[in-house]
Design a protein around this ligand. Structure first.
Ligand SMILES: [Zn+2]
Length: 78
């Protein structure tokens, strides 16, 4: 498929994922900050779609930003 057939918004999405770190810190108090739109996501709007159990002192959560839709991972440590 010629590159010109790729929708611009798909290209933007790929670029945005490549430019920003996909892992952010999880705060038990404040929630998470989206690495793409920098939106502050409180606990009620974190968009968690998958959560791993604690692995030692680390817990990982997978999010879909409720503001821009970007997917990213958060890490909580004790
Ligand atoms: Zn976002």
């Amino acid at each position: 498929m010629p590159a010109k057939d790729i929708p611009v918004d798909v290209i933007r999405e790929i670029v945005s994922r490549a430019l920003y770190p996909a892992v952010v810190d999880y705060s038990p108090r404040d929630g998470v900050t989206c690495p793409v739109c920098r939106g502050q996501l409180p606990h009620s709007r974190m968009g968690i779609y998958s959560s791993q159990g604690w692995s030692g002192s680390v817990k990982e959560r997978y999010h879909r930003c409720t503001i821009c839709g970007a997917r990213f991972k958060s890490v909580e440590t004790v």
